[in-house]
Design a protein around this ligand. Structure first.
Ligand SMILES: Nc1ncnc2c1ncn2[C@@H]1O[C@H](COP(=O)(O)OP(=O)(O)OP(=O)(O)O)[C@@H](O)[C@H]1O
Ligand SMILES: [Mg+2]
Length: 463
């Protein structure tokens, strides 16, 4: 399909000549003689021009005024202005309005062609970018957070509320693989900064010096190897979000510089003279207990309090095993798609193994396990033997250790009373291999009472 070019030119001879010239070069040309017709064509959305080539002065007005008026509707088109008597003021205004270029009559057709080709490339790049950002926005909607336990529903509600307010900083804490990175992306892409960049930096991945130059940027010659000026991540994230992952690993010196930047909303590139204003929202994540790091003198308490204006604790998967009901099918579907499989039958014993496992690597571990199983499946049955969940081989967490003879229950309001009851029943049934007599004995109750509750919560047991 040809790309669309809109020509706005009132001189009939020139207009026709231009239209013929560009049609020969495979453009789908629309020619209008005045701004009113151009506006009607653009707002009817019958065409979506990649490039607009417009005369400056038209019988019904000035094309720059026109661009200013309809700018919001045509942000993915590039504009080139052609004029008989261009003035410097006009060209400055054209650039300010985001026009691609400005050319005086009479113009050489080949030069004009080069300009139009350049403008087309630029518009295509812009369209690709906005398409990508749209895809990210779709990918990181609030529904990307799967799980229907009341803990996850509360978490989703909190994320949704936070995304509505213009917070300046937030700390997300939680064990590895619980979804901190995913939540940071959801917060950015569903918030008011979604159209600006989200810049991610893993503070544990770089040595201190490199981390500093990455964050703040540098001027040419600031240090050996600094050949060219480099804009740091703070600048790149301007008007958007800076996601500082594993912030607990950041060196104390650098923490001081970070605090200054966050408080002053200004940074200075390494080797730079002047300060640069920045407008960034900071999301920091850590799987370390930051308040304990503060007590140990490993994390600055003032930075901690400055960033901790809002905080979000992401619970481990073992605190919300009910989410498995949605996570497992979601990961199976995703991997079916990726590897062209059709796994859909999960046996009861596979479910039971997954429910009784403690998932020290949380949702990342679950997602990897499911990926392996789907990849190795030979038919539509979920291959249970590929689960390979050995509780012993994974380092037991504090909670798991406590839970060997009893049950670990988070008492932070994240489980409702009913969920606690269901969770206890499920855990006991898992441990007794769903044997009602043994489970009733463990809970000091009768088989009848237990059966009633098993039915109430729609659990499974052997009669
Ligand atoms: N509730 C969820 N629903 C669907 N996918 C999830 C959910 N939580 C996490 N994931 C997926 O699990 C994987 C691990 O999540 P993520 O990388 O966000 O964890 P993390 O907390 O940042 O881990 P780490 O501390 O190791 O960096 C990702 O692929 C993420 O998309
Ligand atoms: Mg992460």
């Amino acid at each position: 399909m040809s790309d669309s070019l809109l020509i706005i030119e009132d001189e009939a001879l020139l207009g026709n000549e231009l239209a013929r010239f560009f049609r020969k070069r495979d453009w789908d040309v629309t020619l209008t003689r005045n701004l009113e017709d151009a506006e009607a064509t653009l707002s009817a959305e019958t065409i979506d021009p990649l490039v607009v080539l417009s005369d400056m002065n038209l019988p019904d007005g000035n094309a720059l005024d026109f661009l200013e008026k309809i700018k919001d509707k045509t942000h993915d088109s590039e504009w080139i202005f052609v004029t008989g008597y261009g003035s410097v003021a006009d060209s400055v205004r054209a650039v300010r309005l985001g026009a691609y270029d400005f050319i005086e009559k009479p113009c050489d057709p080949e030069r004009l062609n080069l300009l139009v080709e350049g403008a087309a490339r630029s518009a295509r790049a812009q369209r690709r970018l906005s398409q990508q950002s749209q895809q990210q926005t779709n990918r990181y909607s609030i529904d990307a957070l799967v799980g229907d336990s009341s803990i996850t529903n509360t978490l989703r509600q909190m994320i949704w509320q936070m995304a509505q307010v213009p917070f300046s900083s937030l700390i997300i804490s939680g064990e590895t693989g619980t979804g901190k990175g995913l939540i940071a992306r959801i917060l950015h892409h569903t918030g008011s900064r979604a159209h600006a960049p989200l810049i991610e930096l893993n503070c544990a991945a770089l040595p201190k010096e490199l981390l500093e130059s990455e964050l703040f940027g540098y001027e040419a010659g600031a240090f050996t190897g600094a050949k060219k000026r480099h804009r740091g991540l703070f600048e790149q994230a301007h008007t958007g979000t800076l996601f500082l992952d594993e912030i607990g690993e950041m060196d104390l010196d650098l923490q001081t510089k970070l605090l200054k930047a966050v408080e002053d909303l200004r940074i200075r590139r390494l080797g730079g003279e002047s300060e640069i204003s920045i407008d960034v929202q900071i999301i920091a994540a850590s799987n370390l207990d930051l308040s304990a790091r503060v007590e140990q003198g490993l994390f600055r308490s003032d930075l901690y309090h400055r960033l901790n204006i809002m905080s979000l604790r992401v619970p481990s998967l073992r605190e919300r095993k009910l989410d498995l009901e949605q996570l497992v099918p979601a990961f199976i579907a995703e991997n079916n798609r990726k590897s062209n499989k059709n796994v859909k039958q999960i046996s009861e014993s596979a479910w039971s193994k997954m429910r009784s496992y403690n998932w020290p690597g949380n949702i990342r571990e679950l997602s990897n396990v499911i990926e392996r199983c789907v990849l190795l499946a030979s038919d539509e049955h979920f291959p249970e033997h590929w689960l390979q969940l050995s509780q012993a081989s994974s380092a037991p967490s504090e909670a798991a250790k406590m839970a060997e003879d009893g049950i670990f229950l988070p008492l932070d309001g994240s489980l409702s009373l009913q969920e606690i009851e269901k969770y206890v029943l499920q855990e006991v049934l898992n441990r007794t291999d769903e044997n009602v007599t043994a489970a009733a004995r463990m809970l000091g109750t009768t088989r009848e009472t237990l059966r009633y509750r098993v039915q109430k919560y729609n659990l499974r047991c052997k009669s």
